[in-house]
Design a protein around this ligand. Structure first.
Ligand SMILES: C[S@@+](CC[C@H](N)C(=O)[O-])C[C@H]1O[C@@H](n2cnc3c(N)ncnc32)[C@H](O)[C@@H]1O
Length: 183
């Protein structure tokens, strides 16, 4: 049984963001909505999206059980076409979800679009060891490299940190910002 090092990654990401409160969007939150609930408990006003109806249902049920409905909204949506206006959120994050998304770089661009200028885009995804342990078959090197390239185009600053299983990206959205291309 693999022990998931979620708590370390979540805490590291949040601390590195420097944010204490605000409007958060969790992209590909999953049925457990672990990162979304983590932020809701810390006082953020959280929206979680997933394209799976089952995940949305599970996340809502979990939120009821955990009494987090007031601070958490689940909405069915595609990460590559987020149903939010530009500059809507203080923090937009994808925790272990990009490698599940068919066009991850389109999703990353969308994350930057809906984040406010100066806000934070936080990404955590599996590195080589993470892929091996989770038996996940995507090309971690290519994904992480491409994410970093796009993040650097759209950020005033990008910090990367490696945990044993993941690479974390803490990005600050540029104040002056233009989206180009869509690979
Ligand atoms: C491993 S789970 C995410 C785990 C979760 N973020 C956490 O904090 O533990 C990946 C999720 O990405 C979702 N997903 C895949 N493609 C998507 C897309 N295009 N748009 C939105 N969600 C997507 C899947 O339905 C799945 O629930």
């Amino acid at each position: 049984m693999v022990r998931v090092e979620d708590s370390t990654g979540r805490e590291t990401l949040l601390q590195a963001s420097g944010l204490k409160t605000g409007k958060a969007l969790d992209v590909g939150m999953g049925g457990c909505a672990c990162m979304a609930f983590y932020l809701a408990r810390k006082g953020f006003d959280v929206t979680g999206i997933d394209r799976s109806s089952r995940a949305i249902h599970q996340a809502r049920e979990n939120a009821k059980t955990k009494r987090l409905m007031g601070a958490f909204l689940a909405r069915k949506a595609d990460a590559t076409k987020l149903p939010f206006g530009d500059d809507t959120f203080d923090v937009v994050l994808a925790f272990h979800s990009l490698h599940h998304i068919a066009r991850p770089l389109v999703a990353v661009r969308e994350m930057f679009r809906v984040c406010r200028p100066g806000g934070k885009v936080l990404i955590s995804d599996l590195n080589f060891t993470g892929c091996k342990i989770y038996k996940h078959r995507h090309d971690a090197g290519k994904l992480l490299e491409s994410v970093e390239r796009v993040a650097r185009q759209l950020s005033a600053e990008v910090q990367t940190t490696d945990t044993r299983l993941d690479r974390l990206f803490v990005c600050t959205k540029r104040k002056v910002f233009r989206l180009e291309g869509s690979n």
